[in-house]
Design a protein around this ligand. Structure first.
Ligand code: UFG
Length: 330
C-alpha cells in the first residue's frame, strides 16, 4: 500500500480526502498543526503527525519516517476576507509554507504532488465560465498566495522533474454523504454553515454581504461543489500523477459549472430546513469577486472526473444532516 502524505488532513476537506484515500487502497499519513483541523476528524488507523508546514525539520522527518509516494498539500489559511486584513500571514503560511514542503519533497526524492489551489486566483472577470487558460488575477492576498504556489510548481516540474496537479476548488460545501465527517470551522465564516446555524436558532440572523453586485439578484454568485466530489477529484488526480512518470505541472478547476447566488442559497436553506429566519442586507465584504463559476471541462477530460452531487439542494441536505446529527447536540 502506498503512503500518501496529506498536509492539513485533519481539516474539513482533508478529512473527506482521508476517507476516499482509504477506500481506494492508499494509506494516508496526516500532517496537521490542528489550528483549524480536529484530531477526531480522522480515524485512529491513520498515522497522525502534529506539525506545522513552516517547520522544515518536522517536514523532513515525516518524509524520512513514512517515505510517501506522493503528497496532497491542503494545509493553508483559507479565508479570503481575513487575507485583506492580515496579508503577511497568508504569504507566510500558504506561500512560504508550500515552499518548505516542496524543498522537503525535493530533498527526499518525492516528486508527486496534488495541490489545493483555489478559484480565488481568477478574481473579478467579465468572462462567463472560468477556464484554466485565463490569466490569474486574484482579488485578494489569499488568491495571490495560492497563485504563487502554482507558479512554483511549474518551476519544480521543469527544473526538478516534479509531476504536479493544482486543483482550483470552487466553493467546497456539504458533508460526507454517509455523515462520517463534515464542516466545523471555529469561527465559521462560510455561507452555507452560517445559514444553517441561523436556521437552527444558533444565530439571530444571517447577513448578506452586498446586494448591489452586477448579478441578476445583486448578490454574489458562487459555484458550490460537494466536498465528496472534491475528495474524489483528489484521488483521481493522485492516480493520474502516480501512474505516469513524466514531469508536468497541470491545473484543473473543480466545480460544477453552475452558479448560485447568496440569496438563492438562503432560500434553499429555508426550504431544506423548513425554518424561516432573519436575513439582513449588509455592505460588501472587501475582496469578494461578484461571480466565480467553473468551466469544469478540463477535469473531466484529464482526470475523468465529474460531480456526483451537482445540485446545491443536495449539498445543503447533506450539510444539514451532518449539522443536526453532530453539531446541534453539542
Ligand atoms: N457571504 C455572505 N454572508 C456571510 C458569509 C458569506 O453574504 O455571512 C457571502 C460572501 O460574501 C460570498 C459568498 O457568501 O459572496 C460565499 O462566501 P464564503 O465565505 O462561503 O466563501 P468565499 O467565496 O469567500 O471563499 C470560499 C473559500 C475560499 C475559496 C473560495 C473559492 O473560503 O477558500 O471559496 O470560490 F477560495
Amino acid at each position: 500500500m502506498q503512503n500518501i502524505l496529506i498536509t492539513g488532513g485533519a481539516g474539513y476537506i482533508g478529512s473527506h480526502i482521508c476517507i476516499k484515500l482509504q477506500e481506494n487502497g492508499y494509506q494516508p499519513i496526516v500532517f496537521d498543526n490542528l489550528s483549524n483541523g480536529h484530531r477526531d476528524a480522522i480515524s485512529n488507523d491513520i498515522p497522525f503527525v502534529e506539525g506545522d508546514i513552516r517547520d522544515a525539520a518536522a517536514l523532513n522527518k515525516v518524509f524520512e519516517d513514512f517515505r510517501p509516494a506522493a503528497v496532497i498539500h491542503m494545509a493553508a489559511l483559507i479565508e479570503a476576507g481575513a487575507s485583506m486584513v492580515e496579508p503577511a500571514r497568508f504569504y507566510e503560511v500558504n506561500t512560504a509554507g508550500a515552499l518548505n514542503l516542496l524543498e522537503a519533497m525535493r530533498r527526499n526524492a518525492c516528486k508527486h504532488i496534488v495541490f489545493s489551489s483555489t478559484a480565488a486566483v481568477y478574481g473579478n472577470r467579465d468572462a462567463g465560465l472560468l477556464s484554466e487558460s485565463l490569466e490569474v488575477s486574484a482579488e485578494n492576498p489569499y488568491g495571490r498566495s495560492k497563485a504563487m504556489v502554482e507558479t512554483m510548481l511549474g518551476d519544480y516540474a521543469s527544473i526538478y522533474g516534479f509531476h504536479a496537479i493544482a486543483l482550483r476548488y470552487f466553493n467546497a460545501a456539504g458533508a460526507d454523504s454517509m455523515g462520517r465527517t463534515g464542516e466545523r470551522h471555529d469561527p465559521e465564516t462560510h455561507l452555507i454553515p452560517l445559514v444553517l446555524q441561523t436556521a437552527a436558532g444558533q444565530r439571530d440572523h444571517i447577513k448578506i454581504f452586498g446586494t448591489d453586485y452586477d448579478t441578476p439578484d445583486g448578490t454574489c454568485i458562487r459555484d458550490y461543489i460537494h466536498v465528496d466530489d472534491l475528495a474524489d477529484a483528489h484521488v483521481k488526480a493522485l492516480g493520474h500523477i502516480i501512474s505516469s512518470d513524466h514531469a508536468a505541472s497541470d491545473i484543473a478547476n473543480i466545480g460544477t459549472g453552475e452558479g448560485c447566488s447568496v440569496k438563492e442559497i438562503i432560500e434553499l436553506c429555508k426550504e431544506v430546513t423548513g425554518q424561516d429566519f432573519t436575513v439582513v442586507e449588509d455592505s460588501r465584504r472587501p475582496g469578494d469577486p461578484a461571480k466565480l463559476v467553473a468551466n469544469p471541462a478540463k477535469a473531466k477530460e484529464m482526470l475523468g472526473w465529474q460531480p456526483k452531487y451537482p445540485s446545491p439542494r443536495q449539498i445543503i441536505e447533506h450539510a444539514w444532516n451532518y449539522y443536526q446529527t453532530n453539531l446541534l447536540k453539542s
